[in-house]
Design a protein around this ligand. Sequence first.
Ligand code: G6P
Ligand code: ZN
Length: 542
Amino acid sequence: MIKTVPTTPFEGQKPGTSGLRKKVSVFQQPRYLDNFVQAIMDSLEGTAGQTLVLGGDGRFYNREAIQIVIRMAAAKGFGRIVVGRGGILSTPAASNTIRKLGAYGGVILSASHNPGGPDGDFGIKYNIGNGGPAPEKITDAIHARTLTVDRLVYVDTPDIDLNALGDFPVGEAIVSVIDPVADYQVLMESLFDFDRIRALFASGFRMRFDAMSAVTGPYATAILEGALGAAPGTVINGTPLPDFGGHHPDPNLVHAKDLYDLAMSPDGPDLCAASDGDGDRNLIIGKGQFVTPSDSVAILAANAHLAKGYAGGIAGVARSMPTSAAADRVAKAKGIAIYETPTGWKFFGNLLDAGLVTICGEESAGTGSDHVREKDGLWAVLLWLDILATRRQSVAEIVREHWATYGRNYYSRHDYEEVEAAGANAMVTELRAKLPGLKGQRFGGLEIADADDFAYHDPVDGSDSRNQGIRILFTEGSRLIFRLSGTGTAGATLRVYVDRYVADAAQHGLDTQEALSDLIALSHEIGGIERHTGRKTPSVIT
Ligand code: G6P
Ligand code: ZN
C-alpha cells in the first residue's frame, strides 16, 4: 500500500516566524507541499505507533493539504492521526489536543491572519509534543531536509471523509475525526467561572465577537452564545469560509474597523472582540476604549488571579522584545520574573514548560498562558470577561485604573508593507553599522542610552538567537525598534515599534500618535526610512 514517488527540492522552503507561508499558487505546484511534509516526516524519529494531531483554519487548500498529510504521516508509521472534523482545528485547540492526547506532535495548516482564497496565502507548521511550535533546532532540520529531499512516501488510499466523526483505517494507521470544539471548551471551563460570566450576560452586558469568517466561529458560538448565554447574534461572521468572505482576517484597527466604529458609538456593546484566521490572536475594544495588545497582556497579568485557573497567582510574565514594557511594571510590582524574548511564540515554550512564566504576550495581538503552548484568542476574551464579571467595571475604567497604578506606555507600531527586500535589508545593515556610535547621541530632548541588535539567550535550553531586531533605548525609558517581519509573503515588511513610558496620570489622556510624535520623527531620521524604502508614511499604523 506504500507508494514512493521521486522528487527534487524546491528553493525557499525555509520556515519563518511561524512555519512555511506562501501564496496558495506556490503551494499548488505539484509536489510542493508534499516535499515540505516529507521533510517534516524525515526529520522526526521514533514516531512508530505514535499520535499526530492534524487540522487547520479552513482556508482554501486546507482540505487537499489534510489528505496529503494523512497519507504521508500514515506512511511514516504514525499509529493514529487525529483530525478535526472538516479539517478544522484552531491553533490553540490543536495545541490543547496534542497535550491532552500526549501526542507526538501536530501539523497545523494555516497562514494565520494572512488573507485566504485562491489568491491568498497558505501555510503549514509543525508543533512538538508540548503543543507548541517547533523550536529553531527542529525547523532548521526540516529546512535542511527540504534541500535534499528526493522521494515522497505515501500510503496509497482514497481520500478520507473529513465530515464524519469516527475512526477510519489508512494503511496501518487509524485516522480519528474528532469534534474540534469539545475538548477546548472543557479546558476553558476549567480555567474560568462560567457561572459568573453567565450572570454578567444575564445582567444585560452586551458583546460583539467578530470571528472574521475564520476558524473561531464554531468555538465562539458554542462557548459565548451556547454555554455562557450571550444573546444570539453576539458572534458575527461565525461560519469559517475558505476565503474568509474576502476579508483580511487580522483583528486590528484597520481590518476590524467596523468593529472599532461600533465600539466607539455611544450605544455600542460593552465589549467588542475579534480573533484571526486560525484563532490565536485577539482584539479587545471596550465601549469607547481600545486596549492595545501590549496593555492587554499587562492588564491580564495584573488581574489573572481573579480567574479560578490562576487563583494561586502567576509565576512570571514573558513578552516579546518589541512589545511595550507595560507588563514589566506589573511583574515588578508583583515581585515576579519578566522575560523579554524575540518575536515568535515558539520562544515562550521553554519558559512555560519550565514553569518560569504563566502569562505571555506579544504586541502582534497574541496573548496566552500555560494552558496551551500557543497564543489563544478566545482564551484572552474569556479572561477579560471573567475579570469584567468579577470587577463589574467597564473596560475603560479598568484600563484607566491600570494606567493610574502602573503608569502608561504609549505604544504604536508603524508598518511599511511590501517594500523592496533589497532596500529593507540595506536599511538594517546600515543601522547595524551605526549601532556602536549611537550611544550618548542627543536628538532634541532625547538621549540614546544604548543601542543594539537584540540577542536572546534561552535560560532553559541555553540556545542563542541573534539579530532579532534593532533596539534604540533612550535615557527616559522610551524605545525605538526596527525589525523586518518574518511572516510576510511578498517583498519585505519593515516594522517600527515606538514605546514611551509616562508615569504622570495627568498625562494619560493624550492621543497616542501625538504623544509619540518626536520618537516617530526620529525613526525616520535615524533609519533613513524614505531613502531605503521610498516610503514617507507607513501603510498600517496599529
Ligand atoms: C505570528 C507569530 C507571532 C509573531 C507574529 C508577528 O503571529 O505567531 O509570534 O509575533 O507572527 O511576526 P512578524 O515577524 O510578522 O512581526
Ligand atoms: Zn494567527
